[in-house]
Ligand binder design. Structure first.
Ligand SMILES: [Zn+2]
Length: 199
């Protein structure tokens, strides 16, 4: 081991505390010498080892950089997945809210089922007319639908007709307080269902 004088670059023996050439304080400058002084104090084997370590560090940095370049895609995709899942979660929440609201609306319709209702169900399109002694109302639609009749009618009647020649069954029900008072159905082409009941 030799000490390189930071002032004049003279090699001094490791045990010397002062430069043999210029008298600089080597023990002091060893700590003050900075990286090059420290580097010059290293043996060749240590330099080689340090170089290998440095190369490994560079390799690690490159790997990290590559990983950092690759990981944003992963992050993006994973964040997209996360976004999708998070957007799915609110959608699920919304769906559950919808189901809740629909169930609550169905429960409200079932609570309004304490009144009088006309239920029509046909897979295709239909037209119809329903009402009580105070008057009727013309409606048209498709699929299952339920109409509530306000007030407290004594007699309810409904006439519904399939709007197509489908072979599906058109069913019309008169419901009072959740109980079916009258029901009729037809599967004829352009079939007509006429149902009436005192409720
Ligand atoms: Zn010196």
């Amino acid at each position: 081991m030799t000490k390189i004088c930071p002032e004049c670059k003279t090699e001094n023996s490791d045990s010397s505390s002062f430069c043999q050439n210029c008298g600089a304080n080597l023990s002091k400058t060893t700590s003050k010498g900075g990286f090059m002084g420290w580097w010059n104090n290293q043996s060749n084997g240590a330099k080689a080892a340090i170089g290998i370590v440095g190369l490994c560090c560079v390799g690690l940095i490159v790997l990290v950089a590559i990983g950092a370049m690759a990981s944003p895609d992963k992050n993006t995709s994973s964040s997209q997945v996360t976004n999708t899942s998070t957007s799915t979660t609110p959608a699920t929440n919304t769906a559950s809210d919808n189901s809740q609201s629909s169930s609550s609306s169905s429960s409200s319709s079932s609570s309004s089922a304490t009144g009088t209702q006309i239920s029509v169900d046909y897979a295709g399109e239909w037209t119809g007319n329903y009402g009580d002694s105070s008057g009727g109302q013309s409606v048209e639609g498709s699929g299952p639908k339920t109409y509530s009749i306000s007030g407290n009618p004594s007699v309810v009647s409904a006439v519904f007709q399939k709007s197509d020649s489908g072979s599906g069954t058109l069913t019309v029900k008169i419901i009072k307080n959740g109980a079916v008072k009258a029901t009729k159905s037809t599967s004829a082409q352009y079939g007509v269902v006429s149902v009436a009941s005192s409720v």
